[in-house]
Design a protein. Structure first.
Length: 381
C-alpha cells in the first residue's frame, strides 16, 4: 500500500494479505460500534464543561485587559484569552464541525450551524478538511494538507528552488496559521498558475471577506475601543492571543501528520479501496503525541491523531480510552503505532521540513517501515 521508495537494505517491509487487512478493518469497526453504542450523558456533559471553561477564560481574559498598568494581570489576560481561543478552535470548533456531537441534536452545537472564532469560514473548512483531507488522507495530488500548497512535505513532490525557503514558509504559516487555513480552499497556487479562474473562486472570496472582516473588526477594533484609553495594549493583547493560538494549532497539527514514519500514497494505490484498506491508510499516515490529560484537552485530543483519522466523527474525548485498543490491534498485526513526546515529534517534523527543502540527491534516505498490501482477494482453492 505504501510506496517502497527505499532500497531493500533501507526499508523494513511488511506484507499483508487482502484477508488480513479486512480482518484489521473488522476489528477497528467493532471498536467503533462499541463506542457509538455507549455515547450519551457523559459525552454531552464533557462538551458542556469545555464550552463553559472556554467562555470563562474569554471573559476573564478580556476583563484583565483593562488592567494593563499591572503587568502580571495583563499577561494573565493574554494567557486566558489564548487558552479560550485554543479551546474554541481545537476541542470545540474542530470536533463539533466534524459532526462528533450531531447525535445530541443541539441547535447551536452541530456541524452545520457552528461557527468558530477564527478567520476561516466554517463551511469552507468543512470542505477542505472534513471532505478532502479525511477522504484522501496522505494521497499525493489529492490531499492538499500535504504542504498546504506552499511547503514540500514529501520526497515525491517535485523539487524546485522555491522550496529552499521551506523553513521560512513553514515559519510564516505557523505565525499566520488561521489565515493559511482560510486561504486553503482557495488553492492559491492553482490561481497563480492559471488553473482556477475568478468564476471558480468568486463565491469563496466573498465568504472569506465576510468572515475575516468580522473577526478583524471584533479583535482589532471593537474590543480595543471598548477598553478606552487602553486601546493599544488591548490590541497588542488580542493580537498576541491569536498568534499563540496559531503557533499551538500549527504545532499540534503538523506533529500529527508529518513526523518521521508517516507514510504517503499514490492515487493508483488507493483505487477501489475497501474499508479495511482505508483504515490502514489512516493508521499509516498519522502520528500521536504523548502527554497528560490537560495536554490532550488543549490539543483538542488531536494528540491522538491516529484515532482521530480512524474515527473523525466520534467525540475526541473518547480517543484516550480507545488508543490502547488501537495500539493493541496494531501490535497484533505487526503494524507500527507512531507515537512520541511533543518535542520528539515536533523535532522530527521540523527536521523533515528542513531536509525536504533540498533536492533528493542531496539528502540521504532514512530507514523506514513499509507496508505492502495484496489488494485483491486470494482465489479460492
Amino acid at each position: 500500500m505504501a510506496r517502497n521508495r527505499k532500497s531493500a537494505s533501507a526499508t523494513r517491509e511488511l506484507v499483508l494479505s487482502y484477508e488480513e487487512v479486512e480482518e484489521l478493518g473488522r476489528e477497528l469497526e467493532e471498536l467503533r460500534n462499541r463506542v457509538v453504542a455507549d455515547l450519551g450523558t457523559r459525552d454531552r456533559e464533557y462538551l458542556y464543561k469545555i464550552v463553559r471553561a472556554q467562555r470563562g477564560f474569554e471573559i476573564a481574559g478580556r476583563a484583565m485587559m483593562y488592567v494593563p498598568f499591572i503587568p502580571p494581570v495583563w499577561i494573565g489576560g493574554v494567557a486566558a484569552l489564548s487558552v479560550s481561543k485554543i479551546l474554541d478552535n481545537m476541542e470545540i470548533g474542530h470536533n463539533v464541525m466534524h459532526g462528533q456531537y450531531d447525535w445530541m441534536r443541539e441547535q447551536s452545537i452541530n456541524s452545520r450551524e457552528f461557527e468558530w472564532d477564527t478567520v476561516c469560514p466554517a463551511d469552507q473548512w468543512r470542505h477542505s478538511h472534513n471532505y478532502l483531507h479525511h477522504t484522501y488522507t496522505n494521497i499525493l495530488g489529492m490531499d492538499r494538507d500535504i504542504g498546504y500548497g506552499i511547503l514540500r512535505m514529501d520526497r515525491d513532490q517535485n523539487w524546485n528552488p522555491y522550496y529552499l525557503g521551506n523553513l521560512v514558509w513553514a515559519s510564516l504559516l505557523m505565525v499566520f496559521f488561521e489565515w493559511g487555513v482560510m486561504l486553503h480552499d482557495l488553492e492559491v497556487e492553482n490561481v497563480i498558475q492559471g488553473k482556477r479562474k475568478w468564476s471558480d473562486i468568486k463565491g469563496l472570496v466573498k465568504g472569506m471577506w465576510r468572515k475575516a472582516s468580522r473577526q478583524v473588526l471584533k479583535d482589532y477594533v471593537v474590543f480595543p475601543l471598548l477598553s478606552g484609553p487602553f486601546f493599544v495594549t488591548t490590541l497588542i493583547g488580542n493580537t498576541s492571543a491569536n498568534i499563540v493560538r496559531n503557533l499551538w494549532t500549527f504545532s499540534i497539527i503538523f506533529c500529527g501528520h508529518f513526523p518521521s514514519g508517516c507514510q504517503t500514497f499514490t492515487a493508483e494505490e488507493c483505487e477501489n479501496e475497501t474499508k479495511g484498506q482505508w483504515y490502514l491508510r489512516q493508521m499509516l499516515g498519522s502520528a500521536n503525541i504523548e502527554g497528560g490529560r490537560l495536554f490532550h484537552i488543549m490539543s483538542g485530543n488531536l494528540s491522538h491523531q491516529i484515532e482521530h483519522h480512524l474515527y473523525p466523527d466520534l467525540p475526541a474525548s473518547r480517543y484516550p480510552e480507545m488508543a490502547p485498543e488501537v495500539r493493541a490491534i496494531c501490535e497484533k498485526h505487526g503494524l507500527p503505532y507512531n507515537t512520541g513526546g511533543f518535542f520528539h515529534q515536533i523535532g522530527s517534523t521540523w527536521k523533515k521540513i528542513a531536509k525536504l527543502s533540498l533536492p533528493n540527491f542531496l539528502v540521504k534516505d532514512e530507514p523506514e517501515f513499509s507496508v505492502k498490501v495484496e489488494r485483491k482477494k486470494a482465489d479460492a482453492a
